[in-house]
Design a binder for this molecule. Structure first.
Ligand SMILES: Nc1ncnc2c1ncn2[C@@H]1O[C@H](COP(=O)(O)OP(=O)(O)OP(=O)(O)O)[C@@H](O)[C@H]1O
Ligand SMILES: [Mg+2]
Length: 282
């Protein structure tokens, strides 16, 4: 190959926008199934040819670590402090699931000075080498970093259970986004439904009320039935799609992944676009 052809190829590679999909899984309420969705969806998307990375933002219990039965030695805080490289903190679990523990580093992200922001952006950009889909698993509640992530991501997966308290918390989150004029590209997931019928009417009810009072468009991504296998998978520390692939909930999750592939929001600004939005604080 001529030097010129090689140079041209490198130029195209450098200029082509990387196809990066950033998803934030949230739900405001605790225990609705956010981590279960984040982890199993990452496995389902891997099966569909995506290279996913889960970022665990939970400060309390390290959910993703526990669900995979593995532990990383360092978390995002060591990258923020400059003592570790981003590649040093990526853990690999069963089936090659890749994940990062945010640890206390996640909350720090909103208070960094300019030098630290520059350093962390440079580090985070390296994630393009390992992933084309990043899934943020948020903890319970609504914090500043969660709102920033939602506004910077391509898609927000809003997980709720078909019961009033869970609905109220999810609705409160939608309302804040509307007040802040955030365009969250919400895809709703009804988790722990007793029947398909219950899930469908819950989704329709939530979407019509939330859209009417917030003005934010919400799409239904699907539902997951209440399934004891989900709890057993957590106890076994082997994700449901691996431990009980034929279970009802696993089949629901596979369908969710198919639907997500069909309706995901494409963002051509790539990881750099996401990071600019995250640190620009819009
Ligand atoms: N579809 C389901 N059927 C039955 N149990 C489920 C289902 N989804 C999740 N669970 C169980 O509910 C519990 C909480 O799930 P999970 O940890 O995924 O929720 P979370 O929203 O991430 O919680 P937290 O707010 O504490 O981070 C776990 O024991 C999990 O196994
Ligand atoms: Mg969780």
């Amino acid at each position: 190959m001529s030097d010129q052809a090689q140079a041209l190829r490198e130029l195209i590679k450098a200029q082509s926008a990387p196809n990066m999909n950033v998803i934030t899984v949230t739900g405001a309420k605790g225990g609705v199934g956010k981590s279960s969705v984040a982890l199993n969806l990452s496995i389902a998307l891997n099966k569909r040819g995506k290279r996913t990375l889960v970022v665990d933002m939970d400060l309390g219990l390290a959910n993703i670590d526990v669900m995979l039965g593995t532990k990383t030695e360092y978390d995002l805080l060591s990258v923020i402090e400059g003592s570790r490289d981003i590649h040093d903190i990526i853990g690999t679990g069963i089936c090659g699931v890749k994940y990062i523990s945010g640890g206390s580093g996640m909350e720090e992200l909103v208070n960094l000075d300019e030098t630290a922001v520059g350093r962390i952006i440079t580090q985070l950009l390296c994630l393009e080498d390992v992933a084309d889909t990043i899934i943020f698993d948020t903890g319970a509640g609504i914090s500043e970093i969660i709102l920033r992530l939602i506004s910077a991501s391509n898609d927000t997966l809003l997980v709720t259970m078909p019961e009033p308290t869970s609905f109220m918390d999810a609705y409160a989150l939608v309302k804040i986004m509307s007040q802040r004029k955030i365009n969250p590209n919400i895809k709703l997931i009804i988790n722990k439904a007793d029947t398909e019928r219950e899930a469908q009417s819950a989704a329709e009810g939530f979407i019509s009320i939330a859209e009417k009072y917030s003005g934010i468009a919400i799409k239904s991504l699907g539902y997951i039935l209440n399934d004891e296998h989900m709890v057993r998978a957590v106890k076994l520390q082997v994700p449901l799609l691996v431990s009980f692939p034929a279970s009802k909930a696993a089949r629901n999750l596979e369908l969710l992944a198919d639907t997500y592939m069909d309706i995901k929001t494409i963002d051509e600004t790539g990881l750099m676009g996401f990071l600019k939005r995250l640190f620009g604080g819009q």
